[in-house]
Design a protein around this ligand. Structure first.
Ligand code: PA5
Length: 445
């Protein structure tokens, strides 16, 4: 197992008896998932994806990645939510949060279409000026406003720079196989397209072309990513007693029912920050329904021990922590002796920085649990491809099981539409005239 549950620090919060008592509910939820008999069962394509994926398309993804690496200094990845977070999480975790600043033989990657900030867009535009670039536009529905706006801008830049024909060979569209404006446009213009399967929802799509093309462009081995996920698919179908994924889902539900309303996903490595954003979308959008669900939050320690640490230690007792403990960092650093020792740190001479980080983890877990914050620990082997693929599958399956235990449909997102309707009405989109007047009145205009 590349990701293992460690319950060592939970003993004063969750008893073995409670685990045994929730076991039948967890098994039932896992059965509903396996039988495909639960709510949202038309979105279970991710379950077998690690072994049951389109091998021809996979080869095309690799070929496209090679082409982009050869002809582009920069790749612009356009997408939002599930069409953005997974790729960025993967690249920052497996390569580096400083990926664009590394000395490397792969293109720089910038992400747009995940906000509507004109300043951010202008900054990315200035970064690609005078450089060879390609665009990977990703949208399952093909109609999402944020990426559509960004695509309009970058497509026009490509056409101005390379002409319509030249631009065509630099645009890669990842979208639905048949529907949506992006699909129509791609077919009309002749862009290379990749398919997001109908039965894979946005936040469960990182192991499709959505994540795999940018991940491959960044120089990661996508065969190994899929192998890690396949290993998880096999191992995490074991019975409750041997299944850390089910136990994690059970623990979340026990703690939720005990009044913990917030789960803080914690890591001691900044390369995990976007992975935590991916996790927050996966769990927030899947479980936050019918006035229920844990609020998913995240912290990077020790960074946030100097900001959120006070609250976690001493504030309202709302939360538990799930710590992803990366066993083997990408690299290590030895601390050297300093003759003057003015900083008094010579007691650490010859020590590894990773050991200092581990002691910070141990000290924090002890302090936080003493402060009344339960700590679930998930031990991750490393940040390489197999572990990444394994972790993605672990969290996806735990999310589905946990969601069924909560009694919600983990695979829809009806709440996301409300802001869109209001925004369209306020922008004067045809068809929204009545809502516009009502909203303008509310805003006092
Ligand atoms: O998980 C989801 O379904 C959402 O977060 C979507 O991924 C997000 O809204 C983007 O949608 P689309 O890919 O259709 O542009």
């Amino acid at each position: 197992m590349s990701l293992r549950l460690n319950t060592k620090y939970l003993s004063s919060f969750v008893s073995e008896k409670e685990m045994q008592q929730i076991k039948p509910q967890t098994e039932l939820a896992a059965k509903i998932l396996a039988d495909r008999s639960g709510a949202g069962n038309d979105f279970l394509g991710w379950v077998d994806l690690p072994v049951d994926y389109d091998k021809d398309e996979f080869a095309c993804i690799k070929a496209a990645a090679e082409r982009i690496k050869k002809d582009s200094e920069v790749l612009i990845v356009i997408g939002i939510g599930g069409s953005y977070l997974g790729a960025r999480a993967a690249i920052e975790l497996m390569r580096s949060p400083l990926y664009n600043n590394l000395k490397k033989d792969t293109p720089e990657i910038y992400y747009v279409g995940n906000s509507i900030s004109p300043a951010y867009l202008n900054e990315v535009i200035s970064l690609v000026e005078g450089r060879d670039f390609s665009v990977n536009v990703i949208s399952k529905s093909g109609t999402t406003t944020e990426p559509a706006l960004a695509f309009r801008i970058f497509r026009s830049m490509l056409e101005k720079k390379y002409g319509k024909e030249g631009a065509k060979s630099r645009i890669y569209a990842t979208t639905d196989k048949a529907r949506g404006t992006l699909k129509e446009l791609s077919d009309k213009e002749g862009y290379e397209t990749f398919v997001i399967p109908d039965d894979v929802g946005g936040r469960f799509s990182v192991l499709t072309a959505v994540g795999l093309l940018p991940i491959a462009v960044a120089g990661c081995d996508i065969d190994k990513v899929m192998a890690g996920a396949a290993k998880a698919r096999e191992e995490l179908s074991a019975g409750f007693d041997d299944n850390d994924c089910y136990k994690y889902a059970a623990l979340r539900n026990i703690l939720y029912r005990k009044g913990k309303s917030t789960e803080i996903l914690v890591s001691y490595d900044p390369s995990f920050a976007m992975m935590a954003e991916w996790f927050k979308q996966l769990y927030g959008e899947s479980e936050g329904k019918d006035k229920k669900g844990l609020f998913p939050a995240s912290c990077i320690f020790s960074t946030d021990l100097h900001s959120m640490g006070q609250y976690i230690q001493d504030g309202s007792r709302l939360m538990f922590e799930t710590v992803v403990d990366i066993k083997k960092p990408k690299s290590d650093l030895f601390l050297e002796d300093d003759a003057a020792n003015l900083d008094g740190l010579n007691f650490l001479t010859g020590q590894n920085m990773s050991v200092v980080n581990r002691r910070a983890f141990e000290g924090t877990v002890l302090a936080h649990t003493e402060g009344g914050v339960p700590n679930i620990v998930l031990e991750l082997d490393d940040t390489a491809e197999e572990s990444f693929g394994y972790m993605v599958y672990f969290f996806e399956k735990a999310c589905a099981v946990s969601g069924y235990m909560l009694g919600i449909n983990p695979f829809d997102q009806p709440g996301v539409e409300s802001y869109k309707k209001n925004m369209f009405a306020l922008l004067g989109k045809p068809g929204y005239e009545d809502q516009k007047a009502a909203l303008e009145a509310k805003l006092g205009r």
